[in-house]
Design a binder for this molecule. Structure first.
Ligand code: NAD
Ligand code: ZN
Length: 345
């Protein structure tokens, strides 16, 4: 089968011909219907040797959807032909966290060598994907896999991040989304459908600010120091109740810290390398909370897909064939994508 692989450190990913994988006992093989292109892929491909832990060659693609194609021995309650989304942050399935659906925080994944598809295990940028357990499959039903595959990460990750701040996003509150890319433009829609908060978007790119407005942000401003005053004006000088930062470079962390109000949340979703000073001397806002969430739980993936079913989330997609997937990564790297790139093998 054809697959898109990251094969040598620092090089662009390439299309190669590899053996079609067979599902072992307990596993399910999907014929891939769609795979999303995430900035985290770009991030791991930028890592130097001493920080790169994902194995080579690596078939990319941690946002996955497919149709059940071959069922491994012992797998029950799954039928060939079913259209599925793949829950990506695989865990052991047995520990306390996994038992409550939070496989993203599995206690044993490191020790047992369990890695998500596309981030250690072979991913979905291929014609077929073997999923380790039927537990990781969430039925898509009538949802279009191409339009919705990115909900497995670009939907699930902001959903989880926002759920942790829901109590603070009451009527009269304000939420800021920094970085209106694949995750950020879905975050705006989740905020608008789950909360009564006024949503403000910040980005450095005009096309992304236009996208923010079109998906429901009431205000959108260039991501620069002046944004703090504009946002303070909007909030009677108080600052905002929650900042969701999908960039987390030093400048966005500083912006977020300058605009978050007392008792507000600063939620760091991006993998940028900025850091925040904490402690009483570092802040003018009392009792703020800083969180750095990772992906989301299985139950939350069901909830996100339900939001899409109700028409509350619409992922803006640009579709690429598998042969053109390297072009999608090139556009991602150059910040030329608006919304999410989706690869259809
Ligand atoms: P993306 O490339 O689609 O979007 C990034 C957006 O940020 C773009 O719109 C870009 O214009 C904007 N941006 C860049 N610099 C900016 C700045 N200084 N101020 C404001 N906006 C700026 O990326 P994505 O796929 O949406 O991923 C977003 C981030 O989230 C990445 O760092 C990714 O690795 C990370 N991520 C984290 C998790 C997690 O579990 N924590 C999961 C998935 C992705
Ligand atoms: Zn576990």
């Amino acid at each position: 089968m054809k697959a898109l692989q990251y094969r040598s450190l620092g090089a662009a990913p390439e299309i190669v011909e590899i053996e079609t994988p067979e599902p072992g006992p307990g596993q399910v093989r999907l014929k891939v219907t769609a795979a999303g292109v995430c900035h985290s892929d770009e991030f791991i491909m930028s890592l130097p040797k001493d920080q790169y832990v994902y194995g080579l060659p690596l078939t990319l693609g941690h946002e996955a959807a497919g149709v059940v194609d071959k069922i491994g021995a012992g797998v029950k309650h799954v039928e060939e032909g079913q259209s599925m989304a793949v829950y990506g942050p695989w865990g052991c399935g047995l520990c306390y966290e996994c038992s409550s659906g939070r496989e993203n925080y599995c206690r044993n994944a490191g020790e047992y060598g369990i890695a998500p598809p596309g981030l250690g295990a072979p991913g979905a940028m291929a014609e077929y994907l073997v999923v380790d357990s039927a537990r990781h499959l969430v039925p898509l039903g009538d949802l279009d896999p191409v339009k919705n595959v990115s909900l497995t990460d670009a939907g699930l990750t902001p959903y989880h991040a926002i759920k942790g701040s829901l109590e603070k996003l009451h009527s009269g509150s304000t939420a800021v989304v920094i970085g209106v890319g694949g995750l950020g433009h879905v975050a705006i829609q989740i905020l608008r459908s789950l909360t009564a908060a006024t949503v403000v978007a910040l980005d450095v790119d005009k096309a992304k600010l236009d996208l923010a407005a079109s998906v429901g942000a009431q205000y959108s401003f260039p991501s620069e120091a002046g944004a703090v005053d504009m946002i303070k004006d909007l909030t009677n000088g108080l600052g905002v109740d929650a900042v969701f930062d999908f960039v987390t470079v030093q400048s966005t962390l500083d912006l977020g810290q300058a605009m978050v109000r007392s008792q507000g949340d600063q939620v760091l979703v991006g993998v940028g390398s900025g850091t925040l000073p904490v402690g009483l001397a570092a802040t003018s806002s009392w009792e703020t909370t800083i969180r750095a969430p990772y992906w989301g739980s299985r139950t939350e993936l069901f909830e996100v897909l339900e939001l899409a079913r109700h028409g509350s989330i619409n992922v803006h997609t640009e579709v690429f064939s598998l042969e053109k997937a390297p072009e999608a990564y090139e556009k991602l790297k150059n910040n030329q994508l608006v919304g999410r790139a989706v690869v259809v093998p």
